[in-house]
Design a protein around this ligand. Structure first.
Ligand SMILES: O=C(O)CCC(=O)C(=O)O
Ligand SMILES: [Fe+2]
Length: 349
């Protein structure tokens, strides 16, 4: 159950990056701490994360992508946006102001760089190929590509370390989630929320319900999300009293949260907490996509970079209590996609 928290807890995961390896005592303490936060808030900040890129580097990789001319981004559009394209799951999605003005975001999604070889058992009737290869801009239009690929690998390693700790916290061996790593489909998503004209800077309190949103209230559908957010702010998390609690920027931290499927896996112990993102005001200057112009920072919105840890398509996902049957991850994600705005078009999934 979510609790009536009024701020998100901070978890120092420094020991995970210790080159000498974390001690047994440190791992036990971290495992217990993660259990505590995921059974109460379902959300936390992670500090001292073992990644080679700092925030400025991550956000500049992302800005590099969004600063590409729209026609270059549209060359990478998923098939729901460009019928002639082959890519269905990876690639670019543009903003959809008509379909979803309260979900105003453009994004670029990448999966593993190494091709997935295992044949899917869930794809025969679906038009989505979850195991498809990444798409990238031509030539040297995106020099950040190798860094993004490295970031992906490092986030996958961090997620797998966190999963080991969670397994132990649930009374299972540290390698209990090993099968989730096989042909894992994890997604690194670059998101840009354009600034919205009608939003005054600093308007409305975090608790207010009457606010303009750029990402509607939702729970994440999968296992675990690791989020880089820039200093614009706007992420809010709902507590058990229904209040929206601000999750402001903490320099160099990642936000971590539990997805719906992990709630099932944990036998209902871990909570997938509802969250939303407020529309960035025009005066937000943290994440100018095109950078400095005439010496002034351009107010172009918010950048965030969620990494969704996803098992392989054929992974059997079941409760640690062994009492609820199982779901194939591929089936789970295909069912969820029908509800996501960036996969909507006029055909069935
Ligand atoms: O941009 C954010 O801070 C959150 C994004 C998010 O919740 C999502 O993509 O699932
Ligand atoms: Fe989310």
């Amino acid at each position: 159950m979510t609790t009536t928290f009024s701020s998100l807890p901070v978890v120092d995961v420094g020991p995970l990056g210790d080159p000498k390896g974390a001690s047994e005592g440190q791992l036990t303490a971290l495992s217990q701490r993660l259990y505590d936060v995921f059974t109460t808030t379902g959300f936390a900040y992670l500090t001292n994360v073992p990644l080679s890129f700092n925030h400025e580097q991550v956000f500049s990789m992302s800005r590099e992508f969004f600063a590409l001319p729209q026609e270059e981004k549209m060359k990478l559009a998923k098939r729901s946006f460009r019928r002639s394209h082959q890519n269905t799951y990876r690639g670019y999605f543009p903003t959809q102001p008509e379909l979803a003005s309260d979900n105003l975001k453009e994004g670029f999604e990448m999966g593993p760089a190494v091709p997935i070889r295992t044949q899917s058992t869930t794809s025969s009737t679906s038009k989505f190929n979850l195991a498809e290869q990444n798409v990238w801009p031509e030539d040297n239009l995106l020099p950040a590509r190798p860094k993004l690929e490295t970031l992906y690998v490092e986030l996958q390693i961090l997620a797998s370390k966190l999963l080991s700790l969670l397994a132990v916290s649930l009374g299972k061996p540290a390698d209990y989630f090993g099968s989730y790593l096989e042909d894992s489909l994890s997604t690194l998503r670059l998101l840009h929320y354009p600034a919205v004209e009608s939003v005054a800077s600093g308007s409305g309190s975090a608790g207010s319900d009457n606010v303009k949103l750029s990402c509607t209230p939702h729970t994440d559908s999968g296992i675990l999300t690791l989020l880089h957010q820039d200093s614009t702010g706007g992420l809010e998390v709902r507590n058990s009293s229904g209040e929206w609690v601000a999750a402001p920027y903490i320099p160099e931290s990642l936000v971590v949260n539990i997805g719906d499927l992990m709630t099932k896996v944990s036998g209902g112990r871990f909570v997938a907490t509802m969250h939303r993102v407020r529309a960035p005001p025009m005066s937000a200057s943290a994440s100018a996509v095109t950078g400095q112009q005439n010496g002034e920072s351009q107010a172009l919105g918010r950048i965030s970079v969620p990494f969704f840890f996803e098992p392989g398509e054929n992974c059997l996902v079941r409760s640690v209590d062994g009492d609820e049957g199982f779901v194939l991850y591929g089936e789970h994600v295909r069912a969820k996609m029908k509800t996501w705005v960036e996969f909507q078009d006029d055909e069935d999934n």
